[in-house]
Design a protein around this ligand. Structure first.
Ligand code: F6P
Length: 358
């Protein structure tokens, strides 16, 4: 069978926004137009833009100046799953309409930039014959098959800055400062920012804590002459035998564990406690240089893959190299922090508690 010539491609961003999305779009458009002579359409609001044919031509003029900008030029949503599209009566499978529209728009390939949810949709569409390429995005760094997702290091950098700022005020007042960071069900942001900022206690979903162990760690530091503490807690952290805390259980929005930890230890210690929930500050704003470079390499590699017709693949970072891996490998299981791995062991050697001793 002769392969259809690739002339026109689409790019979309799905799920939550993330620093570096615009850098991927820019690199993909530049490479696609300059090296491969392709026409590029920007699909707006993720897969939803394919349901209502909401597209804009992505020219080199349009992408000028977007490299350092946070957010996404194409806008995004985490409610546009075409297989479970939200309607008044519940959910509806609109994939047939999506397939028809892709044909009508004359798209010979689609680059989907997204996290776990977007990539699962991309894989399903690929299995239905849609020529898909994926780029791994998320501040959570929880996608398997790539060493890092872009956006993660920017979130870590913001969280580390918060730890540094909390340190000086904690030290001045002899207080316990609890910082809640994002990361969904994985502790990557908490672990990296806790290590980078010199936290005393790091609580992550992969290592359930007990309030007693946290109290013990605070008391032992007090005995050593340090009557203040920085606790970095991942939003998905949980107590031994407990469950994750949700702000909204129906939409599965995590949040509030920092207040829970504060309540659990308050009576057992004689230090004041303050809670900071960092929230979407970790996701907004300009990507740091590491993420700009990674996003640029991913965008270029995605354009090369689509031009080659090597579909069903996701670009990934493995060591120093950008490689192509099956999308299915990235979405089969989340990438958790290894409780017995080198990063956790390093933290423990430095005296950082994970709230699990005792
Ligand atoms: O996946 C990225 C992320 O920022 C998570 O860390 C967080 O749990 C979630 O998205 C927040 O989602 P929303 O922007 O819908 O509140």
């Amino acid at each position: 069978m002769r392969m259809r010539a690739i002339k026109r491609i689409g790019i979309l961003t799905g799920g939550g926004d993330c620093p570096g999305l615009n850098a991927v779009i820019r690199a993909a458009v530049r490479t696609a137009t300059r090296d491969h002579d392709l026409e590029v359409l920007g699909i707006q609001l993720g897969f939803e833009g394919l349901l209502n044919k909401s597209c804009i031509p992505l020219t080199n003029e349009l992408i000028r100046g977007i490299l350092p900008k946070g957010g996404t030029l194409l806008r995004t949503t985490n409610r546009g799953n075409p297989f479970e599209f939200p309607v008044e009566a519940g959910k509806e499978d609109r994939s047939a309409l999506l397939l028809r529209n892709i044909k009508e728009l004359g798209l010979d390939g689609i680059i989907a930039i997204g996290g776990d949810g977007t990539l699962k949709i991309a894989q399903r569409l690929f299995e239905m014959g849609i020529p898909m390429i994926a780029v791994p995005k998320t501040i959570d760094n929880d996608l398997a098959a790539t060493d890092f997702t872009f956006g993660f290091m920017t979130a870590v950098s913001v969280a580390t800055d918060a730890v540094d700022r909390l340190h000086t005020t904690a030290e001045s007042h002899d207080r316990v400062m609890i910082l809640e960071v994002m990361g969904r069900h994985c502790g990557w942001i908490a672990l990296h920012s806790g290590l980078a900022g010199g936290a005393d206690i790091i609580l992550i979903p992969e290592i359930p804590y007990t309030p007693e162990a946290i109290v013990e760690s605070i008391r032992s530091r007090q005995k050593e002459g340090s009557p203040f503490d920085i606790i970095v807690v991942a939003e998905g952290a949980k107590r031994v035998g407990g469950a994750e805390r949700y702000i909204d259980r129906r939409s599965k929005r995590l949040g509030g564990i920092a207040y829970q930890v504060a309540d659990e230890i308050a009576r057992a210690i004689n230090l004041e406690i303050r809670v900071t929930v960092l929230g979407h500050i970790q996701r907004g704003g300009s990507p740091i240089p590491f993420d700009r470079v990674l996003a640029t390499r991913f965008g270029k590699a995605a354009a090369d893959l689509i031009a080659k017709g090597d579909f069903g693949k996701m670009v990934a970072l493995r060591g120093e190299q950008i490689v192509a891996v099956p999308i299915r490998d990235a979405v089969s299981n989340p990438k958790y922090v290894d409780p017995d791995g080198e990063l956790v062991a390093t933290a423990r050697s430095l005296g950082i508690s994970f709230g699990d001793a005792l």
